[in-house]
Write a protein that binds this ligand. Sequence first.
Ligand SMILES: O=c1ccn([C@@H]2O[C@H](COP(=O)(O)OP(=O)(O)O[C@H]3O[C@H](CO)[C@@H](O)[C@H](O)[C@H]3O)[C@@H](O)[C@H]2O)c(=O)[nH]1
Length: 455
Amino acid sequence: MGRPHALAIPFPAQGHVIPLMELSHCLAEHGFKITFVNTDFIHERVMKALPDDSKNKNQIHLVSIPDGMGPEEDRNQLGKLFECVSRTMPSYLEELIEEVNESGKDKITCIIADEHMGLAVKVAKKLGIPQAAFWPTNACLRALIIRIPELIEAGVIDANGMTRKQEMIQLSSTLPVMDTTQLPWHCFDDPMLQQTVFHNLFTNNQAVKDADWLLCNSFYEIEPSAYPLNPNLLPIGPLLAGSRQRQLVGNFWQEDSTCLNWLNQQPACSVIYVSFGSFTVLEESQFHELALGLELTGHRFLWVVRPDLSAGQAATYPDGFQARVADRGKIVSWAPQQKVLAHPSIACFMTHCGWNSTMEGLSMGVPFLCWPYFADQFLNQSYISDVWKVGLRLNSDDNGIISREEVKNKVEEVLGDEKIRERALTLKEMADKSVSQGGSSTKNLNDFVEVMKGK
Ligand SMILES: O=c1ccn([C@@H]2O[C@H](COP(=O)(O)OP(=O)(O)O[C@H]3O[C@H](CO)[C@@H](O)[C@H](O)[C@H]3O)[C@@H](O)[C@H]2O)c(=O)[nH]1
């Protein structure tokens, strides 16, 4: 039998490329050959962000196909992106698979597709290739999406996902409570976009529901009651290749590793790490208030300010801010986040609560300050603050702003709360155990690997 060869295809966004790349590294270590398919646009960004010394050393074969959008079109327009991707990518993907399979080298033996790319599962089925769908966020949200027909039937939402009945729902007593006016697709101001996201979530979920394998980047012990609600879903996380020795390929921005040297010079447990993932944009006034809040805390901080974090453009700081905090604040445009969170000088993590950031902070035992922006992040915040109790929420004032005083007060509160730190360390141990030999996630991953190797 030839070498097992997995084709991995993420949804074209940073928070989706990274975990699938991590899974690809795990499979490569189990002897798989990996072909990783990005869109042309993302591929170019990933290649540009790679450090020069690692461009040819990668054990993953990176390839790309078009996403159907013009070179200058805005990929942050999710409605357009969804539409173009689902219209254009299936035929390119099919062509790519046929090309590989006719090349006389190792044929593709399985396809692992982000669940938001149900199109790839359909292509795999058509070509008779075993498939796995990969869910990149919490299992509770997936359980909610499966239940969309029931929510419509019960008159909670209409057929386009719009709320008809305001109520609090809880799928099980140990899962977060959800307000039906704040379901993940409601976070967009544009009602058309809300509907597009809603339909995409549901359609993709339907497309992958009888895939051969359903995997997710979580672990059983943190949301046990979500799994009976998700038939056949296997948690294999937390997937954390970047915190280990491996070179993680898949960043959209070049990592600034100087912050690791800077962290080495700070006392243990003294630095607030502030990062809002790849998508969040803060209004300029909110960006200034956060800067002044960090200053007001008097603590050391490491702040990731992406080139487009402030109102989608280059940041302008409050007058004199950078000079005043120069001796205790470090700002970078993209950090090696997993290594940062694992560093002993980190005291807490101010985060937008993206699921990858949540899994990473939790795996390193770091207490959280939650500042969600959209999509699943409010649900992830509920897990952090209400269910696992390893962090606090930052609350907005009457003008919808998180004030500098709120930043200062919550930093003090989280740093002073021993119970939060203890619980965070307990969760870290649980996370470590799940991916150790004999752990729940390791067992699930091994089962998957063995079957896929046998096919
Ligand atoms: O300076 C930085 C900042 C972030 N990261 C990494 O980037 C990823 C960010 O992922 P995530 O925390 O999930 O945030 P988003 O990029 O916003 O992810 C999108 O995708 C996630 C998975 O579906 C969702 O949970 C989020 O809500 C959605 O915004 C993580 O692995 C981080 O380690 C870095 O490496 N360096």
